[in-house]
Design a protein around this ligand. Structure first.
Ligand code: SF4
Length: 231
């Protein structure tokens, strides 16, 4: 079994697992609102205006905005919240399309990746580690392991990247050496390091996954879409 369409079937079997607790892709209607008020409602500066848009790379899915502006912003249970294009995580007014990877931008090593499961070395602070249920990830064919030499990639899920540690972990990885950036804190730090030229070009992210904390279903769906999109 490859980590591709066969896994989609398995994912579909688990489609309802945890769905009630999933606050997924937001939709933003075209209803007129006070632009300043809606921008300021977000404690994480994830909302920009004219037109209203939410950067899911900064959003923690706290729902303060949808509670304050229910006719303008609502959250769906859609777990398509991952893309290899950073800008695709920005949802704009009347954008009702799922968030998916761009198949044309997938690296060859990822394109050819075949495995029964994907093993990822989780790189996160203690708080985030404590929030992650490894069993839930396993249900979606994603194994979070501690030994980088057995992992297919790194899952960076909190801020405070230690570049020396990452360099050492990256060198140990098996192919395709995926770099997955998950959650608002990690994505914000990645943005900052890439904008300042500190982040090595060869570590360009293969996938950005929205959500704070990361939902296993969202991550698995993102990886499946990443590989399926190029078949
Ligand atoms: S749900 Fe996201 S966009 Fe809305 S207030 Fe919370 S962090 Fe901001």
């Amino acid at each position: 079994m490859a980590f591709d369409s066969e896994k989609t079937i398995i994912l579909n079997k688990n489609e309802n697992a945890g769905i009630s607790d999933l606050v997924g892709r937001p939709i933003i209607s075209g209803v007129d609102v006070d632009q300043l008020a809606i921008r300021n409602i977000c404690p994480f500066r994830a909302i920009a205006v004219n037109p209203v848009r939410i950067d899911l790379g900064k959003c923690t899915f706290c729902k303060e905005c949808s509670e304050a502006f229910p006719g303008k912003i609502s959250f769906t249970p859609d777990s398509s919240l991952a893309s290899n294009v950073r800008d695709r995580l920005v949802v704009i007014e009347r954008d009702y399309e799922p968030i998916l990877p761009d198949g044309d931008l997938v690296r060859d090593a990822v394109r050819n990746f075949k495995s029964p499961v994907i093993k990822l070395r989780l790189v996160a602070d203690e708080t985030t580690q404590g929030m992650v249920s490894r069993n839930q990830f396993k249900e979606h064919q994603v194994e979070l392991i501690d030994d980088a030499s057995e992992a297919h990639g790194l899952l960076l899920a909190s801020a405070g990247f230690d570049l020396e540690l990452l360099r050492s972990l990256y060198a140990s990885l098996q192919h395709p050496r995926m770099i997955i950036i998950a959650g608002a804190a990690a994505i914000t730090e990645y943005d900052s390091l890439t904008n300042s030229g500190v982040w090595p070009e060869r570590w360009k992210a293969d996938l950005f996954v929205a959500g704070e904390s990361i939902h296993p279903r969202t991550l698995a769906k993102g990886i499946i879409e990443l590989t399926k999109s190029i078949q």
